[in-house]
Design a protein around this ligand. Sequence first.
Ligand code: AMP
Ligand code: MG
Length: 404
Amino acid sequence: MIEMREAIDRVLASTKPIDCTQVSLMDALGHTLSEDVVSDINMPPFEKATMDGYAVVGADVSGASAENPVALNVIEEVQAGVVPQKTVVSGQATQIMTGAPMPDGADTVVMVEETERVDGVVSILDSVSPGTNRVPLGEDVRKGQVVLKARTALRPPEIGILGAVGFDTVPVYRRPVVGVVATGDEIVEPHVRPEPGQIRNSNGYSMATQVVRAGATPRYLGIATDDVEDLRRVMTEGIEECDVLLLSGGVSAGVYDLVQGVMTELGVEVRFDRIRMKPGKPLTFGVRGQKLIFGLPGNPVSSVVGLELLVRPALKKMQGLDDLHRPRVRATLDEPFRQAPGREQYVPAASRFEKGQWRTCWVGHHGSADLFSMWEANSLFVVDAEATSVDAGEEVDLVLLTDW
Ligand code: AMP
Ligand code: MG
């Protein structure tokens, strides 16, 4: 039996970034960039006006006021998307719109609110210092500059940046394909009304959707019975066709807990099979080549927690990310919590940020089989293995699952 920290280290030590691919810009959200991205243009690509008004020679207007307006002849009108044809010289102005290129000769834009127009003549009613209300070419980005680094997670702003620098397809790490198998003679699919002794499959679906949340692609492989041949068939398929294989159930010490035996038979090197943690002590992890195989406990809460804490970081690492773990904060306990010491415990909790601090409360589950209390949980608080109780008002570590 090993500590949780050691289990995470062993999983990550066995995990390498996956191969790369190209996706279209619209599909790139949530992927990780696999190469540095260089701008093919200056941004802005031309010197442009940032206000609606008049482009002028700055020296002409630096002394203007309402009492002493400066009158200029308007020679042209340019809107965004149009290239000015005329050069502005002293005594002249070009009417210009926000985003339009500055005409040659002009270095300043006077806001329309500070002018008065009569036919072809505009009066400037306020002094403006030269250079105002325009941005120079390349102020934001220079051509050839790296605008996004490899291993960046793509969020909406990065998608916008990629568009601005001309990427309609994007080099990214491939999403890992994760096989999902539920095991157990008693397990039936959701559309079935369970006969006496049967249980509906919840884990297959929570696991597959947790995989989606981790940025990977689930491949649901169905239910395997507690039978060596059936397990061998589905595990062979899963290991061959997927990057990662997740199984739920069949990893404790019972007569029909056959998963680890079949893993070994199929050439999987088991790296650990028990973690000093609660919920979910029996958790088998092994590798075959680059493939990762996880035998998660059958209890629904144990399966959910084990996947979040151990499988998710591995899936993130495969996608080239450096930031692998859920955020952790310190939080104050609302109610006292008691436990039998011996294993580090991750307690499903409802937490909120209130008056400048995180507060957390156990969601009162009846044991690791009680998935129904999990709907309220947005976090897990951590209780040390040696502790027998934590009092109300004491601080604990809190793993945030707020984007579930
Ligand atoms: P096991 O780890 O196979 O001994 O299963 C532990 C408990 O979890 C048993 O009560 C199972 O019925 C339950 N269980 C196992 N697999 C699932 C599943 N896919 N969905 C819901 N409950 C399950
Ligand atoms: Mg079972």
